[in-house]
Ligand binder design. Structure first.
Ligand SMILES: Nc1ncnc2c1ncn2[C@@H]1O[C@H](COP(=O)(O)OP(=O)(O)OP(=O)(O)O)[C@@H](O)[C@H]1O
Length: 250
């Protein structure tokens, strides 16, 4: 296991937002976290990434208790793309280079520059390299933030709605790149998604959150009409179109 989440409970105030959340992730797995607005998906990612400290439970990355790692160690192992991000006056190149920060000892090396160039190319962002972040569209900016997380070369990628601002072509492209990165680099990713069809198409593991805890976690076998309808509270059918599973709200 690359990541193990063991009995996490988190409360912002007196009422728990997350209760008894346990699951594990292997290398090569791309896990979709699914559930209604306010279900606690972002909170879960923040507990794993140590932005929030759970009141109960622990997360382990490569068997090491995340609470006992330094910030730098966490950043070396986990790349995180938040739902909302700062828009500082950096160029695209510098913003992506920041992803190398946890690995840089004294100075930026040729290897760091090569990684940044490779990631920019992968995400088709080379033409924006010298553009400032505040001169980008919402979707272009979202791709830059994803590029920064990839440049970080983490063991586990945590992405909070990474395709929310992207057009259809970019949604497919970015998720293909994520899937390919997970497979080729033999890492793992946790992705919060609202689009069930994209999730079914690109993930190989699913975590359904409901009533502050895990309703189901597993492979395609848990993505039944019954389970999805129960989590989202509306009738749903899961069908196949050219062998691709699609969710149709009824
Ligand atoms: N800083 C905070 N203080 C208090 N309550 C919070 C805070 N952040 C989130 N919450 C509450 O915790 C619950 C879970 O929020 P969270 O952002 O984790 O949900 P989510 O599943 O990611 O939602 P969405 O799909 O809308 O992004 C919500 O009811 C939210 O109002």
């Amino acid at each position: 296991m690359i990541l193990e989440v063991d009995g996490i409970e988190f409360r912002y105030i007196s009422v728990p937002t997350l209760k008894d959340v346990s699951f594990s992730l292997k290398r090569g797995e791309l896990l979709s976290v699914l559930g209604n607005n306010g279900a606690g998906k972002s909170t879960l990612l923040k507990c794993i990434n140590r932005i929030l400290k759970p009141q109960k439970g622990t997360a382990y990355i490569e068997k090491r208790d995340i609470a006992k790692l330094s910030r730098r160690e966490v950043a070396q192992k986990m790349g995180y793309v938040a739902q909302r991000y700062e828009n500082a006056r950096f160029t695209v190149f510098d913003a992506v280079l920041l992803g190398r920060k946890p690995h840089i000892k004294w100075d930026v090396t040729k290897k760091d520059m090569d990684i940044v160039n490779r990631v920019l190319e992968k995400l088709n962002l080379q033409q924006f390299a010298l553009r400032y972040l505040d001169e980008l569209s919402g979707g272009e900016l979202q791709k830059v933030v994803i590029a920064r997380a990839l440049a970080q070369e983490p063991q586990v990628l945590l992405l909070d709605e990474p395709t929310s601002n992207l057009d259809l072509k970019n949604q497919i492209e970015v998720l293909r790149i994520l899937k390919q990165t997970v497979e080729e680099e033999n890492i793992a990713a946790i992705v919060i998604m609202h689009d069930l069809n994209l999730s079914l198409r690109f993930s190989n593991k699913f975590l359904l959150l409901k009533d502050k805890t895990i309703f189901a976690c597993g492979g395609m076998e848990i993505m039944t009409s019954k389970n999805i309808a129960s989590v989202y509270g509306i009738p749903i059918a899961v069908e196949k179109f050219h062998d691709i599973p699609v969710v149709v709200p009824l």
